[in-house]
Design a protein around this ligand. Structure first.
Ligand code: PGA
Length: 253
């Protein structure tokens, strides 16, 4: 496995003061690890991206956005383009997070356009995939993950797909305190790796990182990271507390 990757998704939380404070604590506490031993990124709300990026510019903690629009500019009220995200210091962008799919109503086609636009605009997309509880109970996990992965990556060449990180986030584990067991997560991660192998060349299938997300906490990180196909973590709630997020980074190394 390459360097682990830990990303924090702050969702619709923090304010202008606490966002910078949180970013600075994370940068300060991960000085000896971030960059060298682990890739770390934080994804604040759009309106705090610039301040957070400025406060992190001397650190190895990267900045990601939580969403993007696929058009480059024009009459798209409320939307944000890849070049705007680059302009304020973003490296990464989440695409197709389950809250965007299931709360906001994003379609698979839209998620794909976002992934493609992110790469064309020089950003590194983190494509989120994962099943609802009802889908898991109906034994449809592999079917849903296949659909999310194939539609999300549609049209990408072996070379372009290297920009992508995949995050497996079972929706029933997000914000519920009910983490997938390491075995449950590993099973789906191995399945995703197999799909990538079928879809792309050996290099892409081996190098694309697959993160797990869903109620990751300091006390379950090490067990999750021990699994062969878990290359990192996408952390929601616990990334809002600097001590918890730092403990997760530490345990992921
Ligand atoms: P959680 O969120 O860690 O709060 O479950 C994960 C996510 O939505 O990325």
């Amino acid at each position: 496995m390459g360097k682990p990757f830990v990303a924090g998704n702050w969702k619709m939380n923090t304010d202008s003061h606490s966002a910078v404070e949180l970013a600075e604590s994370i940068a300060g506490g991960s000085v000896s690890l971030a960059g060298e031993k682990v890739t770390v990124a934080v994804c604040p709300p759009f309106v705090y991206l610039r301040d957070v990026a400025n406060s992190l510019h001397l650190s190895y903690v990267a900045v990601g956005a939580q969403d993007i629009y696929f058009e480059s500019k024009g009459a798209f009220t409320g939307e944000i383009s890849a070049s705007m995200l680059k302009d304020v210091g973003c490296t990464y962008v989440l695409c197709g997070h389950s809250e965007r799919r299931h709360v906001i109503g994003e379609t698979e086609e839209l998620v794909n356009k976002k992934v493609v636009a992110a790469i064309s605009g020089g950003l590194l997309p983190i494509l989120c995939v994962g099943e609802l509880l009802s889908e898991r109970e109906a034994s449809q996990t592999e079917e849903v993950v296949t659909r999310h992965l194939k539609s999300g990556l549609a049209g990408l060449s072996d070379e372009k797909v290297l920009a992508v990180t995949v995050a497996y986030e079972p929706v029933w584990a997000i914000g519920t305190g009910r983490t997938a067991t390491p075995q449950q997560a590993q099973q789906v991660h191995a399945f995703i790796r197999k799909l990538l192998n079928e879809m792309y060349d050996d290099q892409a299938a081996a190098e694309i990182r697959i993160l797990y997300g869903g109620s990751v906490k300091p006390n379950n990180t090490a067990d999750l990271m021990r699994e062969k196909d878990i290359d990192g973590l996408l952390v929601g709630g616990a990334s809002l507390n600097a001590d918890d997020f730092l403990a997760i980074i530490q345990a992921a190394v």
